[in-house]
Ligand binder design. Structure first.
Ligand SMILES: Cc1cc2nc3c(=O)[nH]c(=O)nc-3n(C[C@H](O)[C@H](O)[C@H](O)COP(=O)(O)O)c2cc1C
Length: 218
């Protein structure tokens, strides 16, 4: 099959990209409206951008219909702060509940009965029980394409990370800057987004190690 997107229906770009660029990790993003209403929503258009400074990207699409920006994009533009919580398999149903289109005055934390705890350097609270939460300050908020946006590219500088001790393992001294521990990939058990309504899961039996090519210098 060959697709020339110039001739294809508008939704087909989303359809083919979202079902093939998989697995995608899920950012479970907590934010606050300008009037202080907490918001929580999942986004799989999500990636690391750079480590210097530590920066993540999330990309909320506009709402179907009126093409308005989603609450998350509006909140981050208004307050400049958010938290990216990573989603363990044990919390996948709770995460899914928060993708429901509640009104701006409803907190998904209340609607889906999700416990939270205070963040340290930003005002939005984080999800209690996730293995990793990143406190972020807005670095860039770019509606794209600029003339008729279908999404907002949001770059967030990670100012702090909360990492559950239970997913850590010792690392040989000197292997990484400033730490003797790393995250054991087989303890993380995050969910990822596949095509349609499918999700992926990292399970030890399926994981494997592959070193860099011989002669590659770190
Ligand atoms: C696993 C998962 C991943 C999602 N990823 C995205 C995404 O990358 N971009 C997007 O616009 N919506 C995504 N959604 C839908 C939003 O979560 C949904 O529109 C939500 O209501 C937005 O909330 P907000 O308006 O409070 O920001 C996803 C939903 C699920 C369940």
């Amino acid at each position: 099959m060959f697709i020339n997107f110039k001739d294809a229906p508008a939704r087909s770009g989303y359809f083919w990209l979202a079902s093939t660029v998989t697995p995608r990790p899920v950012a479970w993003v907590s934010s606050l409206s300008a009037s202080g209403v907490p918001n929580l929503a999942p986004f799989s258009f999500f990636q690391v951008v750079t480590g210097t400074p530590p920066t993540l990207m999330i990309c909320p699409l506009v709402n179907g219909g009126d093409k308005s920006f989603k609450d998350t994009a509006l909140n981050i533009a208004a307050t400049g702060e958010f938290v990216v919580n990573l989603v363990p398999h044990a919390m996948v149903n709770a995460m899914n509940e928060t993708s429901f289109g509640y009104g701006r005055e409803t907190s998904e934390f209340d609607a889906a009965k999700i416990e939270s705890e205070a963040s340290t350097l930003v005002k939005p609270r984080r999800v209690r029980g996730v293995p990793v939460a990143f406190e972020c300050k807005l670095a860039q908020h770019l509606p794209y394409p600029a003339d008729n946006p279908s999404c907002v590219i949001i770059l967030g500088e990670v100012v702090a990370a909360h990492i559950d001790e239970s997913i850590l393992a010792p690392l040989p001294e000197g292997a990484a800057p400033g730490t003797q521990q790393h995250v054991d990939p087989n303890k993380l058990d995050l969910v990822s987004r596949m095509g349609a309504d499918w999700y992926g899961r990292t399970q030890a039996a399926e994981n494997f190690e592959l070193g860099r090519p011989a002669g590659w210098a770190r």
